[in-house]
Design a protein around this ligand. Structure first.
Ligand SMILES: C[S@@+](CC[C@H](N)C(=O)[O-])C[C@H]1O[C@@H](n2cnc3c(N)ncnc32)[C@H](O)[C@@H]1O
Length: 221
């Protein structure tokens, strides 16, 4: 099934689904070692008091909470139910209910954009546009850290954690093209497989990229 760009149906399904899921997703993922590892890689790259936007922050556990312990964090999520959980987890974070694909932020105003396990709910037709928006929000030298889906295409799963859910992605090759076309320089690119806990594994593409500074490189490089 293909979901045209701009269609609100996918977002409505995701938002309603996460409202109904409530704390169940958080309870199964808050201690996830892969998340914590990549949160740390972002912390290692940030200067003090950085402005970090966490797209699809969900319950805030653990990424928004940990990042907000060190930086000025804005968590964005479509689900009010998830944002209520994030309010308790990360009381110092600013929280915004919005569709990340429709978000408008001041150009160059952000030191880092993080997004953990959320891009896989964005329709394929929106991915390149979203990377371009993220690049525009970042200051030159600002960082994107995200997990992206490895599977290309749009689809609906009728029973995901007990609710119907939308998934979308463009696959590794098109993701790389979209990231680079947005003016982001890739610094880290790895596929990590995770145990779902029920014998199944699921893989995500972990991307670290930096908005180009426009500075010339030294001679011979
Ligand atoms: C799999 S959860 C991940 C939550 C959190 N980042 C984490 O690592 O546990 C995905 C979250 O992204 C949010 N989300 C998905 N698509 C979104 C969109 N277009 N705009 C805003 N939030 C979205 C969902 O509501 C959900 O809370």
């Amino acid at each position: 099934m293909s979901w045209p760009a701009g269609t609100p149906e996918a977002f409505a399904l995701v938002r309603a689904g996460y409202d109904r899921i409530g704390p169940r997703y958080r309870d199964g993922s808050r201690d996830n070692a892969v998340r914590l590892h990549f949160v740390q890689t972002l912390l290692d790259r940030l200067g003090p008091g950085s402005v970090v936007v966490d797209l699809g922050c969900g319950s805030g556990e653990p990424a928004t909470r940990v990042l907000a312990g060190h930086h000025r964090v804005v968590g964005v999520d479509g689900s009010l139910g998830q944002l209520r959980l994030a309010r308790s987890a990360a009381p110092t974070a600013a929280l915004v209910q919005a569709d990340m694909t429709r978000l408008a932020l001041r150009p160059g105003s952000v030191d880092a954009v993080a997004s953990f396990y959320a891009l896989g709910h964005v329709p394929a037709a929106e991915h390149a546009h979203l990377f371009a928006s993220i690049a525009s929000w970042l200051r030159p030298g600002g960082i994107l850290l995200t997990s992206a889906p490895v599977v290309a295409g749009d689809g609906r799963q009728e029973d995901w954690l007990g609710v119907p859910m939308f998934f979308g992605g463009i696959g590794p090759e098109a993701t790389r093209q979209a990231v680079e076309a947005a003016g982001l320089e890739v610094e880290g690119w790895e596929t990590v497989a995770e145990d779902e806990g029920d014998g199944r594994t699921v893989s995500f593409l972990w991307i670290t990229a930096r908005r180009a500074t426009g500075e010339r490189r030294g001679p011979g490089r």
